[in-house]
Write a protein that binds this ligand. Structure first.
Ligand SMILES: *Cc1c(COP(=O)(O)O)cnc(C)c1O
Length: 355
């Protein structure tokens, strides 16, 4: 298998979006990475080509049975003009774990990282310089075989596209209101909740719509069986600080393992803050709230890094957390992680990878 990544340069460079107000997910850079898979050749022909529409047959399997996985990570520009990725090897590892769950053949994780660095090198002008902005990276794989038989495809395409994004917190960090979803289910053990696969996200829209209608910004997902135990917040992992101790739901087979989540656990351990991964019931959180021991709550993910929870609505039982203000620990975690990601704080953990 060849490791040379061919580059075809675009002759039609697009204008960059206005740096102070970039809408998330709307703008794409001039090039993309593509690699094909066939049963005979395995993964072949890795290449960087101009960003352009792709052609698929209407019978392409991706359209019918949702055999697709994706990832999300960011590239950051440092004050001294270097470009950093944050733990990208974790994303390619997770991409393969997601693929494994839905019978997509594994990619070469090292090749993927080499390809990503090369793509960003070609697109370095697209990594925004303005504080808070970054270049969002979307790797994904789709089943391309033209066949509507209900079976894994024999051909796939792996692509990476790049999207400049603005600061998640343009007006400063404001804690959000969360609605506890007790009817719809995001994932169950044995299902696909541990995989970043498209269907999980489409299946969550309905609950998100309801939360939005009720004036909340995200959904708190409970376990699919008993609707008692806390899983995630929207598409973020979730942490609570109760009486000085940080707790987060354990990886139970239906929760997505976030790279931000694992980094936060490592930071807390390093700081000597007690952090425990275990099963957490909503009732337990409510009781802690009632006793005045629920000190902070926050979601974690690549997009927001930390999203403090200011209110948790569970029907009649409404919890206003930390006076709707960002907690001290949430703030310290946010400042440290974003500081490391953007090269403003020394990276003692070897998390960043320079492009
Ligand atoms: C992507 C994702 C997360 C967060 O993962 P990060 O690697 O931290 O961005 C959490 N939950 C779900 C459901 C996700 O899709």
């Amino acid at each position: 298998m060849t490791r040379t990544i061919e580059v075809v340069h675009s002759t039609n460079k697009k204008p960059k979006p206005n740096a102070d107000n970039i809408a998330f997910g709307k703008y794409f850079s001039d090039h993309m990475f593509v690699m094909d898979y066939s049963e005979e050749k395995g993964w072949y022909d890795p290449r960087i080509v101009p960003y352009a529409p792709i052609t698929l047959e209407p019978s392409a399997m991706i359209f019918h049975y949702g055999q697709t996985v994706f990832e999300g990570l960011k590239a950051y520009r440092t004050p001294d003009d270097r470009i950093l990725l944050f733990r990208p090897e974790k994303n390619f590892r997770r991409l393969n774990l997601s693929s494994e769950r839905i019978s997509i053949p594994a990619i070469d994780e090292e090749l993927a990282l080499v390809a990503l660095k090369k793509l960003i090198e070609v697109e370095k002008e697209w990594v925004p310089a303005l504080e808070g902005n970054s270049l969002y990276i979307r790797p994904f794989i789709i089943a391309t075989e033209p066949n509507i038989n209900l079976t894994p495809a024999n051909s796939y395409q792996f692509m990476m596209i790049l999207s400049p994004v603005g600061s998640y917190y343009k007006e400063g960090i404001k804690p959000v209101g969360i609605y506890v979803e007790d009817e719809y289910t995001r994932a169950v053990k044995g299902g696909t909740g541990t995989a970043k696969t498209a269907g999980n996200y489409a299946a969550a829209y309905k609950a998100q719509e309801r939360a939005t209608e009720k004036g909340y910004s995200q959904v708190l997902w409970l376990d699919g069986v008993e609707k008692k135990f806390i899983e995630e917040v929207g598409s973020m992992n979730v942490f609570f600080k109760v009486n000085g101790e940080v707790i987060t739901p354990e990886l139970n087979g239906s929760i997505l393992e976030g790279v931000t989540r694992m980094s936060i656990i490592e930071l807390l351990k390093d700081w000597g803050v007690p952090v425990i991964e275990r099963r957490i019931s909503l009732e337990e959180i409510y009781q802690a709230y009632d006793r005045g021991e629920l000190e902070e709550a926050f979601g974690t993910g690549t997009a927001a890094v930390i999203s403090p929870v200011g209110e948790l609505n569970w029907g009649q039982r409404n919890m206003v957390i930390n006076n709707r203000e960002m907690g001290e620990l949430s703030r310290k975690l946010y400042d440290t992680l974003t500081g490391i990601q953007t090269g403003k704080i020394e990276d003692r953990y070897n998390w960043t990878v320079e492009v």
